[in-house]
Write a new protein. Structure first.
Length: 434
């Protein structure tokens, strides 16, 4: 196998390729599936200045190459093509596809910088088109924008300036979204996600300000959630209502590296390769019961497009493997006594440069969307009592423990992949050893 042969394989329909197979009309989803949504598929002046005129996420996606035998890169879109999110018909079709395959709504990554909002065109377009039938909420990505794509403080392009005044300004900016009847709610409370609460000077105080502001504005007490990106954070520490899964963030990056076992096609490869099945095992074992937790899944993940020849690639995904994980995760979510909290987050609807997308591509077609629909149909087709028994039978799996002998490899892996963030991430990883 050489790189051209691998590219030819990746560009062609693969063995799992499927035509669309939406749910029958009227199918009721037993769990609330919310897919993370990246809005960086339209040009903006800031990205033109930082990355070159016309830059969008597709710029990264299309330059990806396979680095070892069997490496699925690049991920290229099928039905929707290299779309431009300035066009309302794109959002219309995305909403139709999502709803037809059992997805309730999108969680838009939201970029607010002390009064300046970037990449908000798609969500403003959604507000301007009430006929687009899709639920939505926002995840404030409250970190700096940098050239490293990971919020690291080196080479800052757009800095955050957190303050009490900014807390209120941000809340005011969300009022039009919260007033939209399509905004996702839990028992009538608008769902607001805060990506990295630790970056705020006093996150608990920010949460209190938001609650007071929205209640005074007649918008109710928001249901505030944080993605569990470290695997150890507890939302109660910040006065928040719940945590949400955002795999592979959490502990998926701690899976065993296997790049040394791959047949390399690219000289000088410096990336990391782990297996999808182990990442899934780690995610299923992370089942906190101390607080409300909305678990998450991802169809695949590979950021080679953003970090050429040094990405983090999770190999071995298939629609069936994803479907099995989604099925188990829905059953876990449905253990909650409140049906409004039967929520599963999917990473992602359209993270093409991270290889994490439900949108159809050339190689798999609609297979991952169809698998989502099959899980919804299977669980939704169970009689209420049978479903209750099936969910009750899902006992939390035992949490895997790493041996102390694994410590050198864990240290090396964190230092190699996370760079300047290694100290913080390594400390969190070490806490999981005990």
């Amino acid at each position: 196998m050489n790189i051209l042969e691998q590219l030819s394989t990746n560009h062609a329909p693969g063995p799992h390729h499927e035509a669309p197979a939406p749910l029958p009309p009227g199918t009721q989803a037993p769990a609330r599936l919310i897919a993370y949504y990246l809005p960086q598929f339209h040009p903006i002046a800031e990205n033109d200045a930082w990355w070159g005129t016309g830059f969008t996420e597709w710029t990264n996606v299309t330059k990806a190459l396979p680095r070892f035998a069997g490496h699925y890169q690049p991920h290229l879109p099928a039905e929707l093509g290299f779309y431009d999110l300035r066009l309302p018909q794109v959002l219309h079709r995305q909403a139709e596809l999502a709803r037809a395959h059992g997805i309730e709504g999108f969680c838009f990554h939201h970029y607010w910088f002390a009064g300046r909002t970037l990449l908000d065109g798609p969500i403003r377009l959604l507000l301007d088109h009430p006929e687009i039938d899709i639920g939505f909420c926002v995840n404030w990505a409250n970190e700096n924008w940098t050239r490293r794509w990971d919020g690291n403080d080196s080479e800052i392009l757009m800095a955050q300036k957190h303050s009490a005044e900014d807390d209120i300004a941000f809340a005011i900016s969300l009022e039009p979204l919260f007033r939209d009847p399509r905004y996702i709610r839990i028992d009538g409370r608008p769902l607001l996600m805060l990506y990295r609460p630790r970056l705020l000077p006093d996150p608990a105080a920010t949460v209190r300000r938001w609650r007071a502001h929205f209640q005074a504005a007649g918008l109710g007490n928001p249901y505030i959630v944080m993605p569990r990106i470290s695997g150890t954070d507890d939302p109660r520490e910040y006065g928040m209502d719940a945590a949400a899964g955002f795999p592979p963030h959490g502990n998926g990056f701690n899976a065993t590296p296997v790049q040394d076992t791959q047949e390399m096609l690219s000289p000088g490869y410096q990336g990391t390769v782990v297996r999808y099945d182990e990442m899934v095992e780690l995610a299923l074992a992370d089942d906190p019961d101390r607080f409300t937790y909305f678990p998450g899944v991802c169809p695949a993940w590979d950021n080679e497009a953003r970090k050429p020849n040094r990405g983090f690639s999770i190999i071995g995904s298939s629609p069936a493997a994803y479907g099995a994980w989604l099925d188990a995760t829905c059953r876990r979510a449905m253990r909650a006594p409140n049906p409004q909290e039967h929520i599963v987050f999917i990473n992602a609807w359209n993270e093409w440069a991270e290889g994490a997308h439900l949108e159809p591509d050339r190689h798999h077609g609609y297979a991952y969307l169809n698998e989502t629909a099959r899980v919804v149909a299977r669980l939704g087709g169970l009689a209420p009592e049978a479903l209750r028994q099936a969910v009750a039978a899902e006992a939390p799996p035992p949490r895997p423990r790493r041996r102390v002998a694994d410590l050198p490899g864990l240290v090396a892996k964190n230092l190699a992949y996370h760079g300047a963030n290694a100290a913080e991430r390594l400390a969190k990883a070490l806490r999981r050893l005990v």
